[in-house]
Design a protein around this ligand. Structure first.
Ligand SMILES: *[C@@H]1O[C@H](CO)[C@@H](O)[C@H](O)[C@H]1NC(C)=O
Ligand SMILES: *[C@@H]1O[C@H](CO)[C@@H](O)[C@H](O)[C@H]1NC(C)=O
Ligand SMILES: *[C@@H]1O[C@H](CO)[C@@H](O)[C@H](O)[C@H]1NC(C)=O
Ligand SMILES: *[C@@H]1O[C@H](CO)[C@@H](O)[C@H](O)[C@H]1NC(C)=O
Ligand SMILES: *[C@@H]1O[C@H](CO)[C@@H](O)[C@H](O)[C@H]1NC(C)=O
Ligand SMILES: *[C@@H]1O[C@H](CO)[C@@H](O)[C@H](O)[C@H]1NC(C)=O
Length: 632
């Protein structure tokens, strides 16, 4: 079935009416091709914009971050809409609380910031699966980001929900959205499927009308510009400080001979993967290049201006030579820090902007206050294998062969696979993942005793001993789905059989774990966790502790020195992953509003390998994202 047919079928069952007589606001925003510029309400317009992701910032702080961006002299922000953040299960939508996109648009509008909207459907963004919902992977043989029928159908359904919400926010309709990006750096994807881009163009036009600027953005190579651009979508380009500005804009000109020059992603910093050196981009280079681009009359969006945090399981991953997962912090070395604090880079950028445009009068809002609450000693709750009645009340699914997270419809977090040793193994016998099918880390125990781990692309074999019938438990961690490149079809869990000696392991009990659900409901009770004393143990184990109230709830940073790798929750909210042993990130950002001012705050830690011997965690008043520096 071709793209057009699918599109037609979507339109026929969606209930909406095109109102050709819809009142047009007095506002206009367009491209003046003759004079190579944007026109806003008839006057020349150049944007100085910054990227900010509402999905990486608690709602409580949205206004604070937007105000700081406005006070820097920005006239616009650029935002992504992560599809998987809003359509959590197929056909189930969430636009409330921290996911309230329209509230964010409203705050930006009240702050005086225009919006460049990037609704995907794919967004990359170093976000889990590039923003695509993992439930797409349940559709057999789906080719993501192509004109594949079932993919297009899901995209059309999503856009039929999202875009009508967006339409009133378009500048031409009295809102603040001046332009809308179609897809994201599509030219970097192997499929190079113009039918897909055409389908998106028609979908966006249908829901948003003819008056809004639709554009694409691509990396600074011919191949990317060829596969990522399409007639009717204004072609823009992305580049950072390592690039020759005039050469890059000449490339944009080759694909878009007339119209404004636009750098849609000017990189103020960069992301970190676990095990990387902390990324850093020089502030002086940023200032110099920003000044050069603005002097050329180019419109520039700084990616990122405020990075924020990959809370919960929302981090993405790369898979080039091997799987590499993105750290929890998305600080990005951006002008506003992870915790939203103005940096020297921000002040330098403000001085550059001041040379071209008036910067609002008045002081920059200060950093939010931080507090070092100090040490908290945790207590052991129990080993994960002993808590399955709590974490998986519905019980396991039986299956001869392993099922993936997607098969089980548990898309994120951790899942436990249990079977028995098929025979007695008196000598060290290899447990093998022959097709590298562990996505992404498997923590293995026999009769509740931790034996070690297997890791995607790194450790495919380990030795076991034991008796026939011994219980083999394998906790598999999803470390975040690949968000870039040709490996985005990234299923999680055990993707194939495991082999122990000469036996293929079969007859599994598979436990989907609702860890976040039970913790949000008040588990574990600190008072009841005392039993096991202060001893740590190896392998996946829960610990809990309480932070006594101080009467105020300021931002803080949680350091797990001496702990190995795991996940932390505070008062039921999943802060993300920690892995100090790997680094470079050493502290997790704890937004103040998560803490209670009057009641003890509950801390829960799932340590996957080895807890710190003193079971202490530390609340500090500053971030440590550069383990190199921390050791110095
Ligand atoms: C929707 O998302 C918000 C913010 O994450 C969350 O608090 C709320 O529970 C979600 N609603 C549903 C029905 O899942
Ligand atoms: C956006 O802000 C402007 C100026 O304050 C206001 O006139 C307009 O109604 C707002 N638009 C929306 C959609 O709220
Ligand atoms: C930058 O590119 C321009 C145009 O391609 C070229 O003339 C110039 O020499 C380049 N500058 C540097 C420093 O490489
Ligand atoms: C497993 O045991 C065998 C035999 O003792 C040994 O040669 C091999 O190095 C071990 N492999 C691992 C991964 O420990
Ligand atoms: C901490 O957990 C206890 C027990 O579940 C609960 O009563 C209390 O309200 C929680 N504290 C906060 C701040 O949520
Ligand atoms: C990280 O720490 C090292 C050593 O102190 C320092 O040289 C480097 O500049 C730091 N990097 C960042 C991004 O802070």
């Amino acid at each position: 079935m071709n793209a057009r047919l699918v599109f037609a079928s979507v339109l026929s069952f969606s209930c909406f009416v095109i109102n050709k007589n819809a009142a047009q606001g007095p506002q206009s925003f367009s491209i003046d091709y003759k004079n190579n510029r944007f026109l806003k309400d008839g006057a020349t317009f150049q944007y100085v914009s910054g990227s900010i992701h509402y999905s990486r910032i608690p709602r409580f702080y949205w206004k604070d971050r937007l105000l700081k961006m406005y006070m820097t002299g920005l006239n616009a922000i650029q935002i992504y809409v992560p599809w998987n953040f809003h359509e959590t299960l197929e056909g189930v939508y969430n636009f409330s609380g921290d996911r309230d996109l329209e509230h964010f648009l409203d705050l930006a509008n009240q702050t005086g910031l225009l919006v460049i909207l990037r609704p995907g459907p794919y967004i990359c963004a170093e976000w889990e699966m590039g923003g695509l919902p993992a439930w797409l992977l349940q559709k057999p043989n789906i080719v993501l980001r192509s004109a594949h029928t079932e993919y297009l159908q899901a995209v059309s359904n999503w856009m039929a929900t999202l875009l009508p919400k967006i339409k009133p926010w378009l500048y031409v309709n009295g809102g603040n959205i001046i332009s809308v990006q179609v897809e994201n750096e599509y030219g970097s994807y192997f499929a190079c499927d113009y039918n897909y881009l055409r389908h998106l163009r028609e979908l966006f036009r249908f829901f948003l009308g003819e008056d809004v600027i639709l554009f694409t953005t691509d990396g600074n190579t011919d191949r990317e510009m060829i596969c990522g651009t399409l007639e009717g979508l204004y072609a823009t380009i992305d580049f950072g400080t390592d690039t020759n500005i005039s050469a890059a804009f000449q490339r944009q000109r080759r694909f878009e001979p007339k119209g404004p020059l636009v750098n849609s992603e000017f990189y103020t910093g960069w992301l970190d993967h676990w095990g990387d050196r902390h990324a850093e981009v020089d502030s002086q280079k940023i200032s110099r290049m920003l000044g050069d681009m603005l002097a050329m009359g180019a419109s520039v969006n700084m990616y990122m201006f405020e990075g924020g945090t990959n809370f919960g399981y929302w981090n993405g991953a790369d898979h080039d030579s091997r799987f590499r997962s993105v750290v929890t912090s998305y600080d990005y070395d951006a002008p506003l820090s992870e915790a939203g604090d103005p940096t020297d880079k921000l002040l330098a950028i403000r001085e550059v902007i001041r040379r071209f445009f008036p910067v609002p009068e008045g002081p920059m809002p200060p950093s939010t206050p931080k507090f070092a609450y100090g040490f908290v000693t945790l207590k052991k709750v129990g080993n994960i294998n002993s808590l399955l009645d709590t974490l998986c009340p519905a019980g396991p699914v039986q299956s001869q062969f392993p099922l993936t997270f997607e098969d089980m419809k548990q898309y994120y977090g951790y899942m436990l696979y249990r079977t028995k040793l098929p025979r007695t193994l008196p000598e060290a016998t290899p447990l093998i993942s022959p097709l590298n099918g562990i996505h992404d880390r498997a923590y293995i125990s026999v009769n509740g005793v931790y034996k070690g781990l297997l890791q995607r692309d790194i450790t495919l074999v380990m030795n076991l001993t034991g008796q026939q019938g011994d219980q083999l438990d394998i906790l598999v961690e999803n470390m975040g789905r690949v968000n870039f490149g040709s490996n985005i079809h990234d299923h999680k869990g055990l993707l194939g059989d495991l082999i122990l000696g000469k036996d293929v392991l079969t007859d599994w009990l598979i436990y989907p774990l609702d860890i976040d659900g039970v913790i949000a409901n008040g588990w574990p009770q600190w008072k009841q966790a005392a039993g096991a004393g202060f001893k740590s143990s190896n392998g996946p184990t829960f610990y809990t502790g309480i932070l006594e109230p101080t009467g105020f709830a300021w931002d803080t940073f949680l350091k797990l020195r001496g702990w190995t790798k795991g996940q932390v929750w505070i008062n039921g909210v999943n802060l993300g992953r920690y892995w100090p042993q790997r680094g470079p990130q050493q502290t997790l950002y704890v937004p103040g509003p998560l803490l209670s001012t009057s009641q003890p705050s509950n801390i829960t830690v799932l340590e996957l390998e080895q807890a710190a011997s003193d079971l202490r965690v530390l609340f500090m008043d500053r971030a440590q994202l550069n383990s190199t520096a921390d050791k110095a």
